[in-house]
Design a protein around this ligand. Structure first.
Ligand SMILES: [Zn+2]
Length: 283
């Protein structure tokens, strides 16, 4: 059975580890992420952005996650990543998603509160947890424009007011990470994270973690991060495995053959992140 992210993240918060949330793009991603979770006996969140559900529908991903969860021995959740409006969140819940994010971080503070509260009002009574975002995660998210030139950090006082008003279940924070591929070495502002943690008690979420050194992520978990998102690295792993096979055996025309090493690349990557996040053997 699919589970929600609520209990998963509260358990992680109690146990001082984080659950990995891995963006899946197709059937092979789903199978590889589940295989990793099974091998590591780790709870796992699979998530899709609106860009991905434009490629294949919410129904497709909900169905794949449901089938995967039915035969899995570990808790599995399917989460809407960067929900781009009230309607999208409702559609995801209707399709069977067990967790949604409403991303009002591009709006003014008050508008973000109103938008987030409109979703929590419907979702929470149905036991669907809601992730919200305050502050800016840099870089290019999904297929939207790059965010540049504004202070990226979440204000701790605003975070407290935001959580108290919206009743969001978890909060994505701006602490220096960015979506996409980093040009230099990324730097998480651990003090900002500690300040936010001292004001709010909901699980905190780290976005844009692909390319962030493991020791910085581990430190961020000590400082209150309970959910860590990886998207870009999985795309790179899949493409590396697929293309590696095709350049070695260019006459191959059965896509299943090249998909196998592609899935293996994702599986190894996901297992290594689960070890670093501390979620291995926590299922
Ligand atoms: Zn994100």
């Amino acid at each position: 059975m699919l589970t929600t992210t609520k209990e998963m993240l509260l358990k992680a918060q109690d146990g001082h580890y984080a659950v990995g949330a891995f963006n899946v793009e197709n059937l092979e991603f789903v199978m590889a992420v589940i295989a990793a979770a099974e091998e590591r006996h780790s709870p796992v969140i699979m998530q899709t952005t609106p860009g991905t559900v434009k490629y294949a529908s919410l129904d497709y991903f909900a169905a794949m996650a449901r089938v995967a969860a039915q035969s899995a021995s570990v808790p599995v959740a399917i989460h809407l990543d960067h929900g781009d409006g009230f309607d999208r969140c409702m559609q995801a819940m209707h399709a069977g998603y067990t967790s949604v994010m409403i991303d009002g971080s591009h709006e003014k503070f008050e508008d973000n509160i109103d938008l987030t509260a409109s979703v929590t009002k419907v979702a929470l009574p149905l036991d669907i947890p809601v992730e919200a975002e305050l502050g800016k995660v840099g870089g290019k998210e999904d297929d939207g424009p790059a965010v540049e030139g504004e202070s990226p950090y979440t204000d701790p006082d605003q975070a407290q007011q935001f959580v108290e008003t919206t009743l969001c279940s978890s909060l994505a924070v701006g602490v220096g990470t960015a979506h996409g591929v980093y040009k230099g070495t990324p730097h998480i502002e651990q003090q900002v994270l500690k300040d936010i943690r001292s004001r709010v008690d909901v699980p905190l979420v780290l976005h844009g973690t692909s390319g962030v050194p493991d020791d910085q992520v581990a430190e961020a978990i000590k400082n209150g991060i309970c959910k860590v998102n990886y998207a870009t690295e999985l795309r790179q792993a899949y493409t590396r495995g697929f293309m590696g096979f095709m350049s070695k055996y260019p006459d191959t025309f059965d896509p299943k053959k090249a998909a196998k090493p592609a899935m293996e690349e994702i599986k190894q990557l996901v297992m290594s992140h689960m070890d670093n996040l501390g979620s291995s053997y926590k299922a």
